[in-house]
Design a binder for this molecule. Sequence first.
Ligand code: GTP
Ligand code: SPV
Ligand code: MN
Length: 591
Amino acid sequence: MAIAAHQLTTPLSELSRDVGEWVRSVRELTQPRAVHWCDGSEAEIRELTAQLLRDGELKPLNSEFFPGCTLARSHPSDVARVEHLTYICTRSKEDAGPNNHWMDPEAAHTKMRDLFRGCMRERTLYVIPYCMGPIDSPLSRCGVEITDSPYVVLNMAIMTRIGQAALERIAADGKFVRGLHSIGELNPERRFIMHFPEELSIESFGSGYGGNALLGKKCHALRIASWQARTEGWLAEHMLIVGLQNPQGETHYLACAFPSACGKTNLAMLIPPDSLPGWKVFTVGDDIAWLHPGPDGRLWAINPEAGYFGVVPGTNPDTNRNAYDMIRRDTLFTNVALTADNQPWWEGLTTGKPVIDWQGRPYDPKNGPAAHPNSRFTVSAKRNPSYSPHAEDPQGVPITALVFGGRRREVAPLVYEARDWAHGVLVGASVASETTAAAVGQVGVVRRDPMAMQPFCGYNFADYWRHWLNVGSKLARPPRIYHVNWFRRDTNGKFLWPGYGENLRVLSWMLDRCSGKASAAESPIGNLPRPEDLNMKGLNVTQDALKALLTVEPSQWRKEVADMRAYLEKYGNRVPAQMQQELSAVEKKLG
Ligand code: GTP
Ligand code: SPV
Ligand code: MN
């Protein structure tokens, strides 16, 4: 058990000289009223929560139905990630690539120093030492976030392993990611999320929301980590990790990359339908996977996070009973609505009705949805009823299959299988998906989102695809690669596939393919199940719908391939020749 800070002979501030010095220099720059080193103890979190409740920054929720739960409301202009204000600052612009906004590191530091100067006057500076991944795993990496937002501290305490143990590991490693964050004035005009992968540092100003502010998550565990992973021979991916135990008792792990708000959390804690008896599902992670080639030639995965920052709308007992139960206690809600008796409420709930909207106004449908579409829950992974007993294994779990997916009303079939790793890299790179409320901007427009990493890859995509090809060539037992689309619609706009728990039917076909038990039909884009290859027992999907779900329309796909070719052109001759060849092969098969 961790020792509380007051019991230590060495104060936290003296455990690592490097951290101590950095904190001193930030203190000088930002001029806080006080400095608080987070020890991560329960008492600390309790006191901080009580303080925010007193100040009105947090609202208590109905303690009979939602014990230990609170509500935070963000500034109405600060409700999602800001991709247009997110930068990768490498010395060479080409290293950041056409997939990133770029700024010269010197210019970025100067700009940020001006914003940070004196920004914490009248505020407390919190030092959050954190570890991404199990504290005893050689695959884990540490960082320190300095922030002036107590809300960020509460979130980081749930999402990562914070406190003394992390700081001790930093002192031993001699290396950590420096993340400096201030909410500033929450002014969108003075908001920037800067990454310096060459310096292992992050500077974030002007937002208190999610991926903009919880720097361990997208900034560290994806943007900085993807850069580190490339130099060290592994992969940092926007993937859930789930274990599926079949009725024979064997467990296989899948890692699946879908863009933001496209179903990772839900798939990671899927509930098998009654008509598929004997299956069990175990969640390892719901958003980020760090994948390492193992000594046995397989790919092994850890989840760097310790909690979930999940999309609230759509969660209900029918879509996902696990998620619904999980967030009924000790959960921090952000930007949900309230019922008359102070319970949280959101769109997709089938009970209760909203009285106060996410901005604290009396609910009026004229103002839009009651809960913000990107309202979120923050909850410890340990509250998940399907939390895997192997989630904390230091070596991770072995991956049988990788799955890419997008949200597409048309074109992409329910599922297809890549012919081999290199084709799979093309399949991943070809992910396109309708934009969602997870990022500021227009919702519902299809955009290219390779490997679901468009907002998160900390370097040039062309180099990233090459790295993917390299990793595969080192694996003696590479996972098979799949693509799914749970979101195909009929001509009336209705989803053709019921999704959620029923997705297990698609996953079980994949596992049967991996063990050589299931058949498939070849198509120009890869191998698809025939209708009879999917276990449809007890499922009410018409043969016509199933046929539509498994259709690859050549004319649509010729357009898709042409679009992909045009997209790759942006990356010039940095694109691996092998990927161009894979694309040409698909093109040729389409005729
Ligand atoms: P991030 O946390 O933003 O990375 O999102 P995520 O990929 O974890 O997405 P999540 O599972 O939270 O789902 C986002 C939205 O899609 C929610 O409103 C879900 O209810 C909905 N959703 C999830 N899975 C399915 C599915 O299989 N079918 C349909 N139709 N909707 C789904
Ligand atoms: C995402 O947008 O993919 C998220 C939420 O997981 S955030 O932490 O805000 O990035
Ligand atoms: Mn995500």
